[in-house]
Each structure stands twice: as structure tokens, then as C-alpha cells.
Design a protein around this ligand. Structure first.
Ligand SMILES: Nc1ncnc2c1ncn2[C@@H]1O[C@H](COP(=O)(O)OP(=O)(O)O)[C@@H](O)[C@H]1O
Ligand SMILES: [Mg+2]
Length: 461
């Protein structure tokens, strides 16, 4: 964080200074995990359901924290506030106000936010100091936490924005208003909460509504609900995609035997060849969006086209493809799952031609509400249509995936139900041979135990 005195912190958060002189300053990072605290930092104590962060306040100060932000007086130098999340938001807002040179990029969408945030971070880092931390820090805690990492040196701040309801993204934009806003796609993620994809579009579009007239909205031309957000912004609209109307456009998309795309990139009469290092056709859309951000922030076409071939996914368990010493390829896409991202992963699996069988172990997809049964069946149908040889549904409520698959006429693959992760691992591991490709995907829920069991020991994230 930028240097701030406790007096200033108390003012912006509406808190009360305790056990310290007003001039005591925070000069280090803001952390809510006391193990991460460093010299001059600010430790934020949350009252969790299981653990009360207040008990770690003395330890944090011993480790060098300059102060503690908490709801109760911890007898340490600090600021006492009513509600730490609100205080964190206020603090983040104050930091942004004090950094007028900072360019903020916000991105949202149903799938691919973390991946694309990683791409944008790597592109912009070539133009200036950039904050885009690995992982998915996109909610009312992770968002201000990321904002608070900005300092006077930072030129670009890349922020992932998640929404589980109307008003969520608007709230995040009030903490740190982006200059450039990206909407990737609207799919069935969290559809249980939104009710429909139109409801999701309404919520995600709050990002483009928050942009200033001098800003840029980077919108996916290939997703009608996203392209349809154009009238909701006063910012300049930059369409990206494969459609003819996209200003930043990919043509000649071809996937190689490893499922990695090459394409021709077009922008303003300029043309470049891009060869991606990440698997999956969906990376074309993600990298076009990232290119849209970089180009609208002044990077040259040559730099962007060149850099796209060098970037990768920094956050774990997203299309993390590894080949084992025995020649089996494994796709760890187990961080999360919804019908759209599972479709993307299944297409990637189908695109890989390594000479062996295609095996998919798919777990339960959470948060689908009344679309739960449909969503699972749909994914199963697609797996069968794409010719998956062995489909394993991992644990209880993933079973409808198999119903979907077996409803496909002419599918000759196997449909197997595994009662839990250990059983799925046994089934998958059973008779693996060189050339086989295994996809593991699910909404966390330990689906990643399956993929960890397939990893060589040292490779576990
Ligand atoms: N454009 C896309 N369309 C569909 N699925 C995608 C896309 N980009 C990434 N994915 C997949 O979605 C899942 C979540 O990716 P992630 O980047 O963590 O997205 P988010 O942060 O939006 O949850 C991963 O399995 C990833 O491979
Ligand atoms: Mg994410």
C-alpha cells in the first residue's frame, strides 16, 4: 500500500485510532492472513466463523505490522472500525484517489476472468509496472485487497470482478473505477442466483456502465449478450472476436495436435501471426480481449502480437496440461466448472490428437439452481458427441452427466459412475497407456484430488 498514517486511515474508514500516535504510518502491505504480514504492514482482523482474526493481532505486530484494523481493540496500535470489509473498501478507494496516474483495468464474464487477467497482466507488464496477482481475487474482499497493492510505482492495476447478483459489480466499480472494462462472455455460471443468462448480462454489464466517457469497453463481438452491452456505456466500444465486425479480430484459427491455437490477428489494417502456448480454442477469445486492453492502452500492434505467443496462465488448475513420463497427457482444469467452461475443456480434449483414448472425469457443477439437471445432462451429451472414450462422473450429484451421454445415439464410449474422488482416481488410473489424454474438471469439491493422484509427486500445485 502507499504510505498512510493511522490518522488518515482512521479518517477514511470512519474508525477510531487506538494505542498509537496519529502519525504512526503504514508503509507495507495490507494482509488479513497474519502469516503473510511484513514490516510496516497493516493487519486486518476478520471475525470468521471458525477463527477470530483478532487473536492473531499481537503476532502480526510482532512480525512487523505497523498497525491492526479490527472491530475490537486488540491492545495493539491500530484503528477500530465497525465493519472491516467496508473499511477495506474505503481504504482502497482512498488509495486510488491518491494515485491519479494509475490506469485501472476491470474485467468480468462468466468464464475466463482469472485466465484473461493473467494474460492482461503479462501484456501490460511490458509497458509498465503492473499489478495483476495470480488467483481469483474478485469479490468484496479480494478486490479491495488487490487494489491496496498499488503504490506510486504502479502504472496498471488489473482487477477481476465477480458478480453473484445485481449491484455487486457496481459496488466494486465504486471502490476502483476502471478506465478500461472487459466483458468476456455470458454463460451459465452462477445461473442459480441470476435466474437466466439475461439476468447475468444485466449484472455483468454494470462494468461498462461505470466506465468514464474517456474510457474503453472491450466487448466480445461473438457473444450477443456481451456485444449487446454497447448501448449501456458512454465509453468507446472496442469489439474483439472472430465476427467480421470485430475491430480486433482473429481469422484462420487452427488448433494443433496439442489443442493450441494459431491465428491471424487483425487491427487497423495491421496483420500478425499468433501462436498460443495455452491449450483450448477458448484461449483465442481470451487473448483477443487481452490484446484489446493492451492496444487501447497504447501498446504497439507488433509488441502485442509478439507477446501473445509468450504469455501463459499463471493461476493454477486452469487448462494446466502436463505430459507424464509414461506418455499420458493430463489436463488439470479442476479449479472450477460450469456448463460453458466444461464445454470449452471438452472441446480442448477433443482437439488433442495424441493417438490414444480420450478420458474425462467430470465432477458436480455447483450453483446452477434449477438448471442443475439440464446443465449436467448437456455436458454429458457434448462429451459423447465429441467422442470421449471414457466418461467418469465423479460423486453423487454429477450422475446426470452420464444420463446425458448415454442419450446420444451411436456413442460407443463407456459411462462410469464413481462414488467419490478416490474411486474416480482408481477408475481413471486403471489402465492408462501412452497417448491417452485425461481431462479432470469440476467445481472444486475436491475434484482436484483426482488430478493430483495422476500427477508426478513433485508437480502438485
Ligand atoms: N473464454 C472461455 N470460455 C469458456 N471457458 C473458459 C474460457 N476461458 C477460460 N475458461 C475455463 O473456465 C474455467 C475457469 O477459468 P478462470 O480463468 O478461472 O475463469 P473465472 O475467473 O471467470 O472463473 C477454466 O476451466 C477455464 O479453462
Ligand atoms: Mg476467477
Amino acid at each position: 500500500m502507499i504510505r498512510m498514517t493511522l490518522d488518515e486511515i482512521a479518517k477514511v474508514t470512519g474508525g477510531r485510532l487506538v494505542n498509537a500516535a496519529p502519525s504512526v504510518a503504514v508503509t507495507g502491505a495490507v494482509e488479513y492472513d497474519s502469516r503473510k504480514i511484513g514490516p510496516g504492514g497493516l493487519f486486518v482482523a476478520f471475525e470468521g466463523e471458525k477463527v477470530d482474526g483478532h487473536q492473531f493481532a499481537p503476532g502480526a505486530v510482532e512480525k512487523g505490522a505497523a498497525a491492526v484494523l479490527s472491530i475490537r481493540d486488540t491492545r495493539q496500535p491500530g484503528v477500530v472500525v465497525d465493519e472491516p470489509l467496508t473499511a477495506l473498501a474505503a481504504l482502497a478507494r482512498a488509495v486510488v484517489e491518491r494515485l491519479p496516474e494509475l490506469t485501472i483495468v476491470g474485467l468480468t464474464g462468466s468464464s475466463g476472468k482469472t485466465t484473461t487477467k493473467d494474460y492482461i497482466g503479462q501484456l501490460l507488464a511490458r509497458a509498465g509496472a503492473t499489478i495483476a496477482p495470480a488467483g481469483s481475487l474478485n469479490n468484496e474482499l479480494g478486490f479491495p485487497y488487490t487494489v491496496l497493492q498499488a503504490t506510486e510505482e504502479t502504472r496498471f492495476l488489473v482487477l477481476e470482478m465477480g458478480a453473484r447478483g445485481i449491484g455487486h459489480i457496481r459496488y466494486l466499480c465504486e471502490i476502483a473505477r476502471p478506465q478500461v472494462g472487459v466483458v468476456l462472455n455470458i454463460g451459465a455460471a452462477h445461473i442459480g442466483e441470476f435466474g437466466s443468462v439475461e439476468g447475468t448480462a444485466l449484472a455483468k454489464g454494470e462494468l461498462v456502465e461505470a466506465l468514464p466517457a474517456t474510457g474503453v469497453a472491450v466487448l466480445n463481438a461473438d457473444d450477443p449478450l456481451v456485444a449487446g452491452m454497447a448501448p449501456r456505456t458512454t465509453a468507446r466500444v472496442l469489439l474483439t472476436g472472430e465476427a467480421a465486425e470485430a475491430e480486433i479480430r482473429a481469422t484462420n484459427v487452427v488448433l494443433d495436435a496439442a489443442g493450441k491455437a494459431t491465428y491471424t490477428l487483425h487491427f487497423n489494417q495491421q496483420i500478425g501471426n499468433v501462436r498460443l502456448g495455452m491449450a483450448g480454442r477458448h484461449q483465442v477469445a481470451n487473448t483477443l480481449a487481452a490484446a484489446g486492453v493492451a492496444l487501447s492502452l497504447g501498446m504497439t500492434f507488433e509488441d502485442v502480437a509478439g507477446a501473445l505467443g509468450e504469455i501463459g496462465i499463471m493461476s493454477s488448475r486452469r487448462m494446466d496440461v502436463f505430459v507424464r513420463p509414461d506418455g499420458v497427457t493430463v489436463i488439470d482444469d479442476s479449479y472450477n466448472a460450469n456448463p460453458s467452461s466444461t464445454a470449452a475443456a471438452l472441446h480442448a480434449l477433443a482437439a488433442m490428437s495424441t493417438g490414444g483414448r480420450r478420458i474425462a472425469a467430470l465432477g458436480y457443477m455447483a450453483e446452477l439452481g434449477e438448471h442443475e439437471r439440464d446443465g449436467h445432462e448437456q455436458v454429458g451429451r457434448l462429451a459423447a458427441e465429441l467422442g470421449v472414450d471414457r466418461l467418469v462422473a465423479v460423486a453423487g450429484n454429477a450422475r446426470p452427466i452420464l444420463d446425458g451421454a448415454t442419450s446420444v445415439q451411436g456413442w460407443t464410449g463407456e459411462a462410469i459412475f464413481a462414488a467419490d474422488q478416490a474411486a474416480a482416481l482408481e477408475i481413471v488410473r486403471g489402465d492408462l497407456r501412452a497417448g491417452d489424454v485425461v481431462l479432470v474438471k469440476g467445481s472444486r469439491y475436491r475434484t482436484w484430488d483426482v488430478v493430483d493422484g495422476l500427477r508426478p509427486e513433485e508437480g502438485r500445485p
